[in-house]
Design a protein around this ligand. Structure first.
Ligand code: SF4
Length: 208
């Protein structure tokens, strides 16, 4: 896959010096969820290093729109960003099919559990390999995600990789983040990310 020049040319951001408390690798799912997480962390004197790894986002135009928006946010906030550019349509569907073989559980827990673990595992591993103090995720801001499961998986990976999972309940900031993102002109997605959630969006609209 060809990576747009804008995504590659971020080396200058990595060289910025942050005199802050903690070296945090923050998995970011999109700009609207990231804005308020970043602000909350900065208020704690933690300048996160943003990390893009979301092979669950489909189709490709959606993946690219969210990625480009996140890049714009990193530049606007002057924060470093590492991009793992993997559009994983086939591998993701294969992985989800495997975990759902015995039937999905209410709320899509198996599918979402697989999805959370996939993204957080990569984040934790990169954080450990590159000498970060901790890792976390902007998924913790969404009231639509399974918050407890995210925390459970994050803490499990923290033990496995021997690196802290920085847990924060960002959910009270969700609405403000959406408004801020809309005001700033960032891309606003209409479904969670995978092709299954895109289908559910239309099924729910149909019911209404
Ligand atoms: S609904 Fe969202 S969290 Fe669940 S599998 Fe799809 S993209 Fe991942």
């Amino acid at each position: 896959m060809k990576i747009p020049a804008a995504w590659r040319d971020i080396s200058h951001l990595h060289n910025l010096c942050y005199n802050k408390n903690m070296k945090l690798l923050l998995h970011t799912c999109c700009a609207p969820c990231s804005i308020q997480c970043v602000d909350a962390l900065l208020a704690e004197n933690i300048a996160p290093h943003l990390f893009w790894y979301n092979p669950n986002i489909h189709p490709y135009t959606e993946y690219r729109s969210r990625g480009n928006s996140l890049y714009a946010l990193a530049a606007a906030k002057n924060l470093p960003l590492t991009v793992e550019d993997e559009y994983g349509l086939r591998s993701f569907i294969k992985g989800v099919s495997a975990v759902e073989e015995n039937g999905d559980s209410p709320g899509g827990k198996k599918r979402c559990g697989y999805c959370y673990r996939l993204r957080l595992k990569k984040t934790a591993r990169v954080a450990m390999e590159r000498g970060f103090d901790a890792f976390s995720t902007t998924l913790l801001i969404s009231p639509y995600q399974n918050h407890d499961l995210l925390r459970e998986i994050g803490e499990d990976l923290a033990v496995f990789y021997g690196i802290e999972f920085l847990y924060r309940d960002f959910r009270p900031r969700f609405r403000e983040g959406r408004n801020q993102a809309r005001g700033a002109g960032y891309y606003m997605q209409k479904y969670c990310g995978c092709i299954f959630s895109e289908e559910e969006r239309y099924l729910q609209e149909g019911k209404r």
